[in-house]
Structure formats: C-alpha cells, structure tokens
Design a binder for this molecule. Structure first.
Ligand SMILES: [Zn+2]
Length: 191
C-alpha cells in the first residue's frame, strides 16, 4: 500500500477526521484520530497489517509483539501475514509486562507493532520488556506515526505506513476559532 492509499482508507473509515476538535488535553485541532474506526473492520486491519509485514518478510522474525489494545489486533494480523507467533504486552500496576504466560526466549527475533504513535512512550517500554528477556527487538512497525519525528527508538529502526503531523492549538491561538468555525461533534462518522 502506498502512503496515500493508507491515508485514504483511514479517512474513508473515519479513523482520521477533519473538522475542529476539542481534544482531552484542552487543545484544539483540525484533525482527530480514532484508530478503532478502521480496526473494527477485520478486512482493513488485515490489509494494513499485510503492508506492515511486507517490509519484514525476509527479516527472519520469530514473533510479533504489540501493546494492548490496538497492538493485540495488529500483532495477530501481522503475525498471521509473517507466519509467526503473535503476543502482546499489557500493564500490571502501571508497568508494561507480559502476562498470560507469554514469554520470549534468548535471541528470539521480535517485530514490535503499534497502531497510532504519538510519543512512542509505550513502544519504548515494550522494547525494554523484549530486551529484559534477552530477545532481539529487530524493528518497530507503526501504522501511523503522528509524532512529527519525536518517536525515536535509539538502536531499533522504525517504519510507518503513514506519517502525519497533527497540529494542535491553544483556544486563544486557534485559527479555526478565529474563523468562527463551530466545534465538530464526534458522532459515529465524525461528521
Ligand atoms: Zn478552535
């Protein structure tokens, strides 16, 4: 899939919405991202994950790992495309870890997947979990990197199907407010 095809699919399903949004942070933005608007369609999730897997089909990946919630779906579908195992991390008392008996063996080659990356904080924690078991974090594969280049994972290379900058403004400096554009109500389609 090209970056444009990925973006078109996310817009079509309402995973990326255009308008005038009030974010939970109190900031305003002309865009809003709701990943589950696309991930609720297994056919699309499969298609996106096949594209995420494509770059790593010759990387001898043993296992795909993602953090809950979106990472569960992405790891499953990416692992299916690569013919590998797929497991997920979750938080226990605030700390990222494997539960449910999931583990990695020493030297196991791991691809880390995530849906929408804003800061990359969760992925960094997943990398630490993988390294703590002496497995190898081969790469990070992101559906959308909206960090504006801030998501950096040191010695672990990262790729994204789509890179986008999501502008945010304080209410005082918001150009949409200045133009008198009403706030967008987030309905089922975001329209
Ligand atoms: Zn505004």
């Amino acid at each position: 899939m090209t970056e444009q095809e990925v973006k078109d699919l996310l817009v079509k399903t309402g995973a990326i919405m255009d308008g005038h949004f009030l974010l939970t942070s109190g900031l305003h933005s002309p865009h809003y991202v709701e990943k589950f608007n696309v991930l609720q369609h297994p056919e699309y999730t499969q298609k996106l994950c096949e594209a995420m897997a494509e770059k790593f089909k010759d990387a001898a990946i043993d296992t795909v790992v993602g953090p809950v919630m979106g990472g569960v779906l992405l790891a499953h579908e990416t692992g299916k495309a690569l013919g590998t195992r797929a497991i997920f991390t979750e938080r226990e008392n605030g700390k990222m870890t494997f539960r449910r008996g999931f583990t990695l063996r020493e030297g196991e080659r791991v691809l880390i997947v995530e849906d929408i990356v804003t800061t990359g904080g969760s992925i960094k924690e997943v990398i630490e979990v993988v390294k703590s078991l002496r497995a190898i974090p081969v790469a990070v594969s992101m559906l959308v990197d909206r960090s504006g280049g801030k998501a950096d994972f040191g010695d672990v290379p990262a790729t994204a199907l789509l890179r986008m900058n999501v502008e945010t403004y304080t209410p005082e400096e918001c150009p949409l407010c200045r133009q008198g554009i009403p706030m967008t109500k987030r309905g089922r389609t975001g329209k």
